[in-house]
Design a binder for this molecule. Structure first.
Ligand code: MN
Length: 294
């Protein structure tokens, strides 16, 4: 099932070229704040949406006409893995000891989440490069702590495309990755039953028509069960939590006017516009032409 959030907090199921609007059938109030409806939809999936007779609902709209919003705008957390592909480590000149398996993970603020129809808004930081990172989002479906690798797939709800956007430099990583719209996720969540083999998911990223990144989850340093085991060794994972896998090699700058396209096999595809003039000046990011990169 492909579950989409659209047009001001509505929830839908993608059927071919259309979205079947299940907002009313699930009793969701799209205007409720905080916007936790999708967290509840995920937590109650087996009992509610999975068994809903979506075919009997005639509230459909064309997918192409919908404003696609980030699927889970208010998760408990967004966990992100750095340096999780060896070739990305090489391009960043990371020391051999600096990999996700020895460094662990970081967090991105939930306020950085945006959707497929939202532009990436670049802050005005003269002299600084802002890069794209092509990642897969793993969406948690079942609460758990100290989850074994063997049990990890039981805790996954589904997958989505994720762009981890970052101001390159040596300042605190979380701040460099925290601007609003620096975590586009979408275009919807594809439930795990539609992914034949999560150990071998191919993904690609283009900027305009240039293929920049091309990878497969089989090349991850810490694989998907390993990420869930590591994160849950520290924290309870809740339905709706998002794990960003880490990027493969091929990262590079984006500028206003670019279109970033990400496509993940069996998961989905989205194209996100890049716009400028986002403000956001802070003396922390004054042009330092830093030599240390991450
Ligand atoms: Mn990343």
């Amino acid at each position: 099932m492909k579950i989409v959030r659209f047009n001001g907090g509505r929830i839908g199921v993608v059927k071919g070229e259309n979205i079947v609007d299940v907002t009313d059938a699930l009793g969701v109030d799209p205007a409720a704040w905080p916007p936790i409806a999708m967290v509840n939809v995920i937590a109650d999936y087996e009992r509610k949406l999975k068994n809903l007779d979506v075919g009997s609902l005639n509230a459909t709209i064309p997918f192409a006409s919908a404003k696609l919003e980030t699927p889970v705008p208010w998760p408990n957390k967004v966990i992100a893995f750095p340096v999780n592909y060896h070739k990305h480590a090489v391009e960043m000149n990371s020391p051999d000891s600096y990999r996700a398996n020895t460094q662990g993970f970081f967090l991105k603020p939930c306020s950085s989440l945006s959707g497929a129809s939202d532009p990436i808004v670049l802050p005005d930081l003269p002299g600084r490069e802002i890069h794209h990172e092509c990642e897969i989002a793993i969406v948690i479906g079942k609460e758990g702590r100290m989850i074994s690798e063997k049990d990890a797939y039981d805790h996954i709800f589904g997958y989505a495309c994720l762009l981890d956007i970052v101001v390159r430099g040596s300042e605190e990583r979380v701040m460099r990755k925290a601007y609003d719209t620096f975590c586009p996720v979408g275009p919807y969540i594809t439930t795990k039953d539609e992914i034949p083999d999560p150990r071998a998911i191919g993904m690609k990223l283009w900027v305009n028509d240039e293929l920049r990144q091309h990878a497969n989850t089989r090349d991850l340093v810490v694989d998907i069960p390993g990420m869930i085991a590591m994160a849950s060794s520290v924290m309870t994972l809740y339905p709706g939590d998002i794990i960003a896998s880490g990027t493969p090699e091929g990262v590079g700058p984006i500028v206003a006017g670019d279109k970033v396209r990400i496509a993940i096999e069996n998961v989905g595809e989205m194209t996100v516009d890049v716009v400028g003039n986002g403000g956001g000046y802070t003396p922390v990011f004054v042009d330092k032409r830093t030599t240390v990169k991450s």
